[in-house]
Structure formats: structure tokens, C-alpha cells
Write a protein of this length. Structure first.
Length: 222
């Protein structure tokens, strides 16, 4: 029996996901996403965990979002518990793009404070998308425990996540703005400033926060 042409092309595309050339893998992910087939969800997720190229991973995520959430979300929820950091990070990233709030219980405190910065950043982004209405203050409280963490890119990701929650973060920032650690104080002050003036830019806000900390003042005092 001859296999339908569409099936043959899709299978060939899936095989292309393992090609050594990133351009071929990119086209393969595009092809699978263009013709969604639940049989290949596991393969897409498996590739997400090991794909070295960012732009190919983005196409893999897009391909997964083209499938029904009812079939992709359960598989992705298994993946966020993987021992491989990239698998956790990419699964969280994909869940944030799908936006199905049934995934919310999987966004644990452990993921939000994951030792790997990429995993934590993906968890922060997913959390602000998936958080149920009314639970924003609790999420803000957990996110605030990460203030001062990492380099500028990581700090900017956290600030953006907090700011996405809106005014509910203001009470949460008060204690970090007086933290003994100057990095925590600077990050908290910069986040509060960005909330008030989003156009200021993170670099300006963090530099201003450094001056405030150096002078021994809090945001409210300044």
C-alpha cells in the first residue's frame, strides 16, 4: 500500500530535525508546524531538549503551538521535570507561548528559583502568563526572592516579569529595597522605578538605583 504523499513529506520533515545542518532542521520544524500531526509532538519536544541553535528552537516551539494544547501541554508538563536544563527551559518557554492556564500548577517555586538562569527566566515568563487572577501577589512574593540574582540580562528578565504583574508588586518591593545586600536593593529600586516610568530603560534605572544605594536612600526617600 502506497503511503499518502502528505504523510511521506511529514515523515521526511521529522527525519530532517536530526540533520547536521541547522538550515535543514529549521525547514523541517517549519514543515512539521505547517502540517500539524500529533504523532510527532514527542519528537518535537525531544528535539527542543538538545537543539543547539536558538532560532531552530524558536521554530520548534512554534511548531508545537500549532498542535492542540490538549495534546502538547501534558507532554510539556512532563518535560519541565527533566534533569536536562535546556529541556526544562524550552518546555516552560513553549508553555508560555501556548498560554493554557491548566499548566499553572507546574510552575513551582523550585522552577522559579532554578539554579540555571535560563530555566529560571523561562519560568518567570511562563508564570506571569499563566498565573490565575488573584494569585499575582503570591507570585510577586516568590519572584521578589530572586532580586539581585545574576547579570544584567537575568535581572532585566526578572524586572520585566515583576512589572508585568502591575501595582501588586509595590508592597512586595518594600523589604528588598532595604535589604542588606546592595545588589538586591539596587535591583528592587530599579524595578520600582521602571514600573513608574517604563520609558526610562533598565540601564538608566539600574544606574540611578546604584546612586540611590550609594547615598543610603530608598526609592521613597529619593
Amino acid at each position: 500500500m502506497t503511503m499518502p504523499k502528505q504523510d511521506t513529506e511529514t515523515i521526511r520533515a521529522v527525519q530532517g530535525l536530526e540533520d547536521s545542518r541547522s538550515s535543514v532542521r529549521l525547514r523541517a520544524a517549519l514543515a512539521v508546524g505547517t502540517t500539524p500531526d500529533p504523532r510527532f509532538i514527542a519528537k518535537l519536544i525531544e528535539r527542543c531538549a538538545i537543539e543547539p541553535e536558538f532560532y531552530v528552537r524558536e521554530m520548534l516551539t512554534w511548531a508545537l503551538t500549532r498542535h492542540a494544547a490538549s495534546t502538547t501541554v501534558p507532554e510539556l508538563l512532563n518535560e519541565v521535570r527533566s534533569e536536562r536544563a535546556q529541556a526544562r527551559s524550552q518546555a516552560l518557554h513553549t508553555l508560555s507561548k501556548i498560554g493554557d492556564r491548566q499548566a499553572w500548577p507546574a510552575i513551582t517555586r523550585a522552577l522559579l528559583s532554578d539554579a540555571d538562569d535560563e530555566v529560571a527566566r523561562s519560568a518567570w515568563r511562563a508564570a506571569v502568563v499563566l498565573v490565575p487572577e488573584g494569585e499575582e501577589p503570591e507570585l510577586a512574593a516568590v519572584l521578589s526572592t530572586q532580586l539581585g540574582r545574576g547579570e544584567r540580562e537575568t535581572q532585566l528578565s526578572l524586572s520585566r516579569a515583576l512589572i508585568a504583574l502591575g501595582e501588586v508588586i509595590v508592597p512586595t518591593l518594600r523589604a528588598p529595597m532595604k535589604d542588606p545586600d546592595p545588589r538586591v536593593r539596587q535591583h528592587a529600586i530599579a524595578t520600582e522605578r521602571l514600573l513608574r516610568n517604563p520609558d526610562a530603560g533598565f540601564e538608566f534605572a539600574i544606574d540611578e538605583a546604584k546612586r540611590i544605594v550609594a547615598l543610603g536612600r530608598t526609592s521613597q526617600e529619593g
